[in-house]
Design a protein. Structure first.
Length: 202
């Protein structure tokens, strides 16, 4: 191999390395700008879910806020998580809609039940979870019940109905799971695919 050939190969490799570095730098910069925008944008459109009762990932506010069963919605945590000792409390909760305004549900000793699904209470919690008063109920015109698949999910079984004004409908842009966030089969409630396009795993 001649000296000129070696020199040309070295130049070509250097050019490829430079292109790769530029692509990696540009991608990292764009990702950083996206994260900053998501966190500090004056109008909240994107949401990053880091809690394990729903698929981890990036969600975006849906243009239409007509809410159906099976839809994902976010609600502000407010004081709902005060019973938990968390180092970093999330600012919102991501849940499925399982019961709509005007529908009936009942609270028994062991579960919250709608016409579609039975949501058992989590009995193994080390924290004393709030209890809803037993009885038969009907949701008002602006009230919804929310829940997620894991049996240990903290949802309407404990904090009750949520008003629509608190909710924002979102859809996942991309999600992922890890071993820690995977829901054991024995701990799944098996929320039904109400709307025909809802995602499982919450």
């Amino acid at each position: 191999m001649s000296l000129n050939s070696i020199k040309k190969q070295w130049i070509n490799k250097s050019k490829q390395d430079k292109k790769l570095i530029i692509v990696m730098f540009t991608t990292s910069l764009l990702m950083l700008m996206l994260i900053i925008f998501i966190k500090y944008a004056p109008i909240k459109i994107f949401y990053i879910n880091g809690t394990e009762s729903a698929p981890l990932g990036l969600y975006v506010r849906f243009p239409s806020q007509i809410i159906k069963k099976g839809d994902y919605v976010i609600i502000p945590t407010k004081d709902r998580l005060d019973i938990f000792t968390l180092k970093h409390k999330p600012t919102f909760l991501l849940k499925h809609v399982v019961c709509l305004p005007g529908e009936e549900y009942k609270v028994t000793e062991n579960a919250l039940e709608t016409k579609d699904i039975k949501l058992p209470f989590y009995k193994e919690s080390k924290i004393k979870l709030p209890k809803l008063k037993k009885g038969n109920y009907k949701l008002k015109k602006d009230e919804y019940l929310l829940a997620n698949n894991p049996l240990r999910s903290y949802d309407s079984r404990y904090f009750g109905a949520i008003k629509k004004e608190e909710m924002k409908k979102v859809i996942p842009l991309f999600t992922w799971t890890n071993k820690k966030s995977e829901v054991k089969k024995s701990e799944k409630i098996n929320i039904k695919n109400f709307s025909g396009n809802s995602k499982t795993g919450t």
